[in-house]
Design a protein around this ligand. Structure first.
Ligand code: C2E
Ligand code: MG
Ligand code: MG
Length: 481
């Protein structure tokens, strides 16, 4: 019972529209299980063996769809529910529900219901599913409503049961249609407050990307992370830690995330023309919801191709929340991206639920030590021991390890001591607009010959940067910020 209650309450990590689809699917499949459980024996006792068996099969199929949902595979459950219901209802209408004089067919009403429901639950699926499924349901509905075609000569049950069945079909189908229309109406109401402003800001392209450099232990700039910035007309700057989760809840993240990726590709294409920038790797944050889109990989690859970006210059940063659902499909997508030359980083490492065995399965190039661990390192031996364990774990799995939130030279030295040789943080530079990053990189001495022209170096930095070198680096950061 507790499991069932959990299933009817969609996971918090989903967006509001996804949670609504989840609940609708849970209820529809549950109602199907219960109603088929009632009808199957009733039909069997009436002598309609075929009807009884087909209702029992439909009940089992709905129970299977509920199991798929319980495993977190929302999209698969959507498709299964629609296809199975479509098949069952059509077969039912043709075999068990012929139109008789005075009583037209009734089972096809469920196709009208399914057409309406499928417009709601396929909203974040591929276009052929979004439009194809409702069109198929409504097309079949129209045909069955207007046609007398039947595979059975007459009603297989008594007239009384047939009349009751017709009432049941009409009321059930209309009830679900009313429920769906209510949900659609609530959804179309404009969101209030910040969510409405964010939607407008996305439409008017008022958001901006800033770039924070990443450096290695020689002080060379090896890449940058793209970070979203939004300045609200009244409230001033709003933190992405506030508006990114808001965008996820309102279902705005696919649109916003697509813009970020496009902008990042445009930037990489520009950098390709600059000798000091063309070797940098640009890391882009991708939210769990965005990564979960079925066409995320082909769309990203198309963008990379369209902007003629070298795929090895683009790194996708995922957080542990992206791994919370349907891990196999996440891993498949990660492998596909890597096959095409892109790299992958696990952001905020250590703040989620990643276990060593999970980490081993993930095709990752880099883990980013969360800034809370970097801060804790300064507070004592325990903090340092945790950070050391993370570094060792990452390196022994063949991954690069980078620390974020490196604010002081003490942080950087402590990280270097435990074997972490890549850094991002205010010690080097704050996130800045693209032109400022260009100026910042160019203001630094050119790389020494032999270190690779691609790398924008901090100058003839010593093998292990000294405390004396740090203020110069930090001063550069302030100038660029
Ligand atoms: P994140 O990806 O972990 O980004 C690092 C955050 O640490 C950034 O915060 C950055 O400005 C901040 N930071 C960098 N160096 C330091 C430092 O030395 N000290 C301190 N205290 N903070 C530092 P920001 O820009 O506020 O972004 C917060 C989060 O919002 C990001 O965390 C990321 O999860 C999310 N975010 C930002 N841009 C995007 C985006 O384009 N897409 C998605 N999906 N999420 C984004
Ligand atoms: Mg990040
Ligand atoms: Mg982070």
């Amino acid at each position: 019972m507790a499991k069932l209650r959990l299933l009817l309450q969609a996971p918090q990590a989903l967006s509001a529209p996804q949670r609504r689809s989840w609940r609708m699917l849970a209820w529809i499949n549950l109602i199907t299980v219960v109603s088929t459980l009632l009808w199957a024996p009733a039909l069997w006792l009436q002598g309609d063996r075929l009807g009884g068996l087909s209702y029992a099969a439909a009940g089992l199929a709905a129970a299977g769809a509920l199991r798929v949902l319980a495993r977190g595979r929302l999209r698969l459950c959507v498709r299964l529910t629609i296809v199975l219901t479509l098949g069952f209802v059509t077969a039912n209408a043709l075999w068990l529900n012929p139109p008789v004089s005075g009583l037209p067919r009734s089972a096809h009403q469920y196709l009208l219901m399914l057409g309406v429901v499928s417009t709601l639950v396929t909203r974040d699926d591929l276009p052929w599913v979004r439009y194809g499924y409702p069109a198929l349901c409504l097309g079949l509905y129209a045909w069955l409503a207007g046609s007398h075609f039947t595979l059975h000569p007459g009603p297989p049950v008594s007239a009384a049961v047939y009349v009751w069945g017709a009432w049941f079909d009409h009321l059930m189908a209309l009830g679900v249609i009313l429920l769906t229309l209510h949900v659609l109406q609530t959804d179309s109401a404009r969101p209030e407050g910040l969510a409405a402003d964010l939607r407008q800001a996305i439409e008017l392209h008022e958001l901006e990307l800033h770039y924070q450099p990443q450096v290695d232990d020689q002080g060379r700039v090896i890449g940058a992370e793209a970070l979203l910035r939004w300045t609200h007309p009244q409230r001033g700057p709003v933190s992405p830690a506030e508006f990114v989760p808001l965008a996820e809840r309102c279902g705005l993240m696919p649109e916003l995330g697509a813009w970020v990726l496009r902008e990042a590709c445009v930037q990489l294409a520009r950098w390709a023309g600059d000798a000091r920038l063309r070797g940098l790797v640009l890391a882009v944050n991708v939210s769990a919801q965005q990564f979960d889109q079925p066409d995320f990989v082909p769309r990203l690859l198309a963008l990379v191709k369209q902007h003629r970006v070298a795929p090895e210059r683009l790194k996708i940063e995922l957080t542990e929340s992206a791994l919370a659902h349907d891990l196999d499909s996440v891993i498949r997508k990660m492998q596909a991206l890597r096959r095409h030359g892109l790299s992958l980083a696990l952001d905020d490492f250590g703040t989620g639920f990643s276990s060593l065995s999970l980490l081993r399965r993930l095709p990752l190039d880099q883990i980013k030590i969360d800034q809370s661990f970097v801060r804790d390192m300064a507070d004592g031996a325990q903090g340092e021991a945790i950070a050391r364990a993370i570094v060792m774990m990452g390196l022994s799995l063949g991954m690069e390890v980078i620390a974020e939130g490196v604010e002081t030279e003490t942080h950087r030295e402590a990280l270097a001591r435990i074997g972490c040789s890549r850094y991002q943080g205010w010690l080097f530079a704050r996130p800045m607009p693209a032109p400022a990053l260009l100026a910042w990189v160019h203001a630094r001495p050119a790389p020494a010959s032999g270190t690779g022209a691609a790398l924008a170096a901090a100058g003839a930095a010593p093998a292990a940067p000294t405390a004396a070198a740090a203020p110069a680096v930090a001063a550069g950061a302030q100038a660029g910020a």
